[in-house]
Design a protein around this ligand. Structure first.
Ligand code: ZN
Length: 251
């Protein structure tokens, strides 16, 4: 593991992160392949190449459009940096192997879903369907042990989250249900249980902080997709260790 390797992966992560932003912003509008170049949301001017440089363009322009001075969302450089960090961290944990490919698929799904859920409060079906096909194929080559754990995980997730939606009336949506179910399939039952627990924990912690800062009541709606995605990454990197630690408490 060389420093130059990590640096190259980080730069790739920034570039891919920039693309994942575009996917998350355009897939819900069905404009992913219709608009060729990136443009300013406010003045609709096509961006020059220097304005397309991930993170740097945001810093150089002090977070504003060069032309109309409208604010550029902090979400974009944040997601670019997150992707860069995740690429490096994944390589650090897994090296180059099947797990690395698996993590890239996870990141490529989670970042656009997070962007879409934050911006539009929606988890696009098209994204989930596209990545479901890729993950089913991945599991054909690298099945869980035992193989039916994928179906137990997905079935359990579907029933659990469906019941929660029925009982809570509006806390979680159908997008969350599908997203959780896909992760049940991907990770199997025990890791899904950990993922579900972590997502509610992250959501609760964020909800408390958010309520304090914004002085909003409990009714303020927070999109849940970002917490599901963050939990899936936690489970991928630390799931085995966390489950082992938990079991050791009782055995
Ligand atoms: Zn502009």
């Amino acid at each position: 593991m060389t420093v130059s390797m990590l640096l190259i992966l980080f730069l790739y992560g920034l570039i891919f992160g920039s693309f994942f932003n575009v996917v998350g912003l355009r897939v819900p509008n069905k404009t992913l392949f219709k608009q060729k170049r990136s443009y300013c949301d406010t003045c609709e001017r096509t961006l020059t190449w220097s304005e397309l440089i991930p993170v740097w363009s945001f810093i150089a322009q002090k977070g504003k459009c060069k032309e109309c001075k409208s604010k550029i969302s902090l979400l974009y450089p944040t997601m670019e940096l997150a992707t860069g960090f995740l690429f490096v961290f994944t390589y650090y944990i897994t090296g180059f192997n099947a797990d690395f490919i698996f993590a890239l698929l996870l990141i490529a799904m989670i970042i656009p879903v997070t962007v879409s859920d934050i911006v539009y409060r929606r988890i696009p079906n098209r994204l989930l369907l596209f990545f479901s096909l890729l993950f089913v194929n991945y599991r054909l080559f690298y099945p869980l042990d035992p193989i039916w754990d994928s179906f137990i995980g997905a079935g359990f997730a579907l029933v659990l989250v469906f019941l929660i939606i029925l009982i809570s009336k509006g806390g979680m949506g159908m997008g969350d249900l599908k997203y959780y179910t896909l992760f049940g399939f991907i990770f199997g039952l025990s890791h899904f249980l950990l993922l579900f627990f972590l997502s509610t924990l992250y959501g609760a912690i964020f909800g408390l902080i958010f309520a304090k800062i914004k002085k909003l009541g409990r009714k303020a709606k927070i999109p849940f997709g970002p917490f599901i995605g963050l939990s899936a990454l936690t489970v991928f990197y630390f799931g085995d260790a966390l489950i082992q630690w938990y079991l050791n408490l009782f055995l």
